[in-house]
Ligand binder design. Sequence first.
Ligand code: 6GU
Length: 233
Amino acid sequence: MKFDLISIFPEYFSPLKLSLIGKAQEKNLVSIAIHDLRDQADGVHKSVDDTPYGGGAGMVMSPVPWGEAIDQVLLGSSAAIHDLIILTPAGQKLTQSLAQELVECEHLIFACGRYEGIDHRVTRYYQTVPHVRVREISIGDYVLGGGEVATLVIMEAIIRLIPGVVGNPQSLVEESHSLPEDAVEYPNYTKPAVWRGLDVPEVLLSGNHALIKAWRNDQALERTQKLNPQTRG
Ligand code: 6GU
């Protein structure tokens, strides 16, 4: 799976060398290339933004360097389909099912906007390009300074689903099947059996797997209910 990340702050992506994603790259399960948008900007100031048509606060990213950067990435790829992800708080909300859909993609391009976002013609133009699917994605209902952190979040959600990335594949199976529909995880415990006067729930020490499973289901439902009493559980 190939990832191309485009940003004016390529250093934001240094955590990708760590942990799960770092290992996934070492194992050649994913390949990640980072591109500096400013390499496509002209002039002494290498400006990538301008004032919004129609007025209003803030700056908008120019479609010109974005077009150059995205075209260059597309030209350098032999993938059959390219998924161009444009990070915006106005996008489709990231969910586990969206992560499961994205892990099937061959080539993901992340366009990380800053300021008030990218000129909307970038979305409209690439919607007309054959073999490119444009997806505007958000990671939640709050506003970030740019798409870089959102990209890290989405990549971590996707990459851990690639077979061979997570050490014990059973942990992926458990989170997707053994819990009630849409429930959050049950609480976990490990040694020592007593810590600062707090015991581990007795059922977990019983060795009775049916009882443990039932207890975990109850706990997951209770937590889910507390999180969102209107719509879940
Ligand atoms: Cl993808 N970008 C920005 N700037 N803010 C966000 C977001 C993305 N998702 C949630 N908030």
